[in-house]
Ligand binder design. Structure first.
Ligand SMILES: [Zn+2]
Length: 428
C-alpha cells in the first residue's frame, strides 16, 4: 500500500443541524464509540506496560463482536463505526510507536465526540441519511461537492455544534460550472510557503479555510532543474563570447535535457494554475484577492519568490478571464486595506498596526483570538467578498454565464487531464 494517504484524500466540512431526536441518537452513538476506544486503550495499555506486547489491531478486531455480549448496549451501535473507532486507536498507537505522537489518551465526554460512518450513508440535496437513524439530518452545504464521498464522520464541538466531514478522493474533480449565481464568497491570500490560503463560504458561520501548498511535483521538478543546471555547467562549453571552445557532445545532450525540463515545468505550472483558477471560479460568485503590488513590495531573499510572482500574476489573470466567462466577479482590495492586520473575529475589527512580517501568529489584544497570519488575511478578504455579495443589487439574479466549452479548447486543457491531475487542496 502506498503511504500517500494525506495526498490522496480531501475532507469537506459542513455544519449539521440535527433535531432533538437526532441529537440524542448522535450523542448515543458517540458514547459507544468513546466506550470502545477507551475499553481497548485500557486493554492495550495493560498489555504494553506489563507484558510489553504492542497494540495489534487485528487481534482486537476479533474481540469486538464478543464485546457486544459483555456490554449489550453496544448492540445499538453501528458496528462499522465501532470498528472505525478501533482503527482510530490503531492510528494513535502507530503514531506513538513511530514517535510522531504521545501515548494515546482516554477520550473524555465533551472533548472527544465523533463517529465515523464508512458506508451505508446517503447524501441527498441538503440532507444526509446515516445507518440506524430513520430521519435524515439537515446539512448546510456552503459549497458544491462534485466528488464521490467515500466516507463521512460526524463530530460535536465542545460548544455543542455538529459537523460532518466528507472524505473525497482527490483528482476526481470533474469540471462543472453551475449555471446559477452562487451565494459564495472566496478570499485568497497568496503566499510563498503555500501557494494560496483560501477561505470560502456563504457567511461568517459557514466558511472553511485551507492552505494550498505548491504542488509536490512542481517542487520536485524545480529541484531537478537546479541539479541539472549545475551538471550542465560542468560540461565543456564556451565560458564567454570570445571563448572558442567547441561545446562537447555531453554539453549539448544536457542542454537539450534542460530545455525539455523547462518546458515540462512550464506546463506543470500552467496546469496547476488552470485547475486552481477554474475550481475557484466555479465554486464562488465573488473572489477577493489582495492587490499584488503589496506582495511585490515585500523584500524577500527567497529564491522561489520570482517564480511565485510569475505564478501569482498568471493565476490572477486566469481568475479574471474565467470569471468573465462564467459570470463571476473578481475583486482586488487596494494596498491600504489591512487584510493581515485586521482581526477577523466577528464584531471585533481590531487593527494590529505593528504586525511584523516575521510574525506568523498573533493574538488579538481586544478579543484574545490567536490568528494564523495568512488564514486571518484570507478570512478578511472573504468577508470583503460577503459585503460585495450583499451590496450588489440582485446578486441572486446575476446573469448566469453560458457554459463555454470552446473556452476549454482555447486554454488547451482537456477534461481528461482535469480529472487525472491533482488539486492540492489540503486542510491545514
Ligand atoms: Zn479581535
Amino acid at each position: 500500500m502506498k503511504k500517500d494517504k494525506d495526498n490522496k484524500f480531501y475532507v469537506y466540512r459542513f455544519r449539521l443541524y440535527p433535531n432533538a431526536e437526532q441529537v440524542a441518537y448522535l450523542d448515543e452513538q458517540m458514547s459507544y464509540n468513546r466506550f470502545v476506544y477507551n475499553f481497548f486503550l485500557e486493554r492495550a495499555t495493560h498489555l504494553y506496560k506489563t507484558h510489553n506486547i504492542k497494540f495489534n489491531y487485528y487481534e482486537f478486531k476479533k474481540i469486538l463482536p464478543l464485546l457486544k455480549k459483555g456490554f449489550p448496549f453496544l448492540l445499538n451501535a453501528n458496528s462499522q463505526s465501532l470498528q472505525a473507532s478501533l482503527k482510530n486507536l490503531d492510528t494513535a498507537f502507530q503514531k506513538f510507536f513511530t514517535k510522531q505522537a504521545d501515548y494515546p489518551n482516554f477520550k473524555k465526554k465533551g472533548v472527544y465526540s465523533s463517529i465515523v460512518i464508512p458506508q451505508n450513508f446517503e447524501i441527498k440535496d441538503s440532507f444526509i441519511n446515516i445507518p440506524k437513524l430513520k430521519s435524515a439530518i439537515k446539512v448546510k452545504f456552503h459549497r458544491k461537492v462534485y466528488e464521490t464521498v467515500k466516507q463521512v464522520s460526524i463530530s460535536k464541538t465542545m460548544s455543542g455544534k455538529y459537523y460532518v466531514n466528507m472524505l473525497v478522493e482527490k483528482f476526481a474533480f470533474t469540471p462543472y460550472i453551475p449555471k446559477k449565481a452562487l451565494n459564495v464568497s472566496t478570499g485568497i491570500d497568496l503566499g510563498l510557503k503555500d501557494f494560496a490560503i483560501i477561505t470560502t463560504g456563504t457567511d461568517f458561520d459557514n466558511k472553511e479555510s485551507f492552505k494550498i501548498p505548491n504542488p509536490k511535483y512542481l517542487v520536485k521538478s524545480q529541484k531537478r532543474l537546479i541539479k541539472l543546471s549545475r551538471q550542465l555547467d560542468r560540461k565543456v562549453h564556451k565560458r564567454s563570447k570570445q571563448d572558442k571552445t567547441t561545446p562537447s557532445k555531453n554539453y549539448i545532450k544536457f542542454k537539450n535535457k534542460l530545455s525539455k525540463l523547462h518546458e515540462h515545468i512550464f506546463n506543470q505550472r500552467k496546469d496547476f494554475l488552470h485547475k486552481l483558477s477554474l475550481r475557484t471560479v466555479s465554486d464562488s460568485q465573488v473572489v477577493v484577492l489582495e492587490d499584488l503590488n503589496i506582495k511585490g513590495m515585500v523584500k524577500n531573499g527567497n529564491l522561489s519568490k520570482p517564480i511565485s510572482d510569475v505564478s501569482w500574476s498568471r493565476f490572477v489573470s486566469m481568475l479574471e478571464y474565467k470569471a468573465s466567462w462564467y459570470g463571476r466577479q473578481v475583486f482586488k482590495v487596494n494596498r491600504f486595506y489591512p487584510s493581515s492586520k485586521a482581526c477577523s473575529t466577528q464584531d471585533c475589527g481590531y487593527v494590529y498596526k505593528d504586525l511584523k512580517l516575521s510574525e506568523r501568529f498573533w493574538t488579538c489584544p481586544q478579543c484574545g483570538v490567536v490568528h494564523d497570519r495568512d488564514i486571518n488575511a484570507s478570512i478578511n478578504l472573504f468577508l470583503e467578498g460577503l459585503t460585495v455579495l450583499k451590496n450588489t443589487p440582485g446578486t441572486a439574479e446575476l446573469t448566469p454565464a453560458e457554459y463555454a466549452p470552446a473556452g476549454y479548447q482555447n486554454i488547451g486543457i482537456s477534461r481528461h487531464t482535469l480529472r487525472q491531475e491533482a488539486y492540492a487542496f489540503r486542510r491545514r
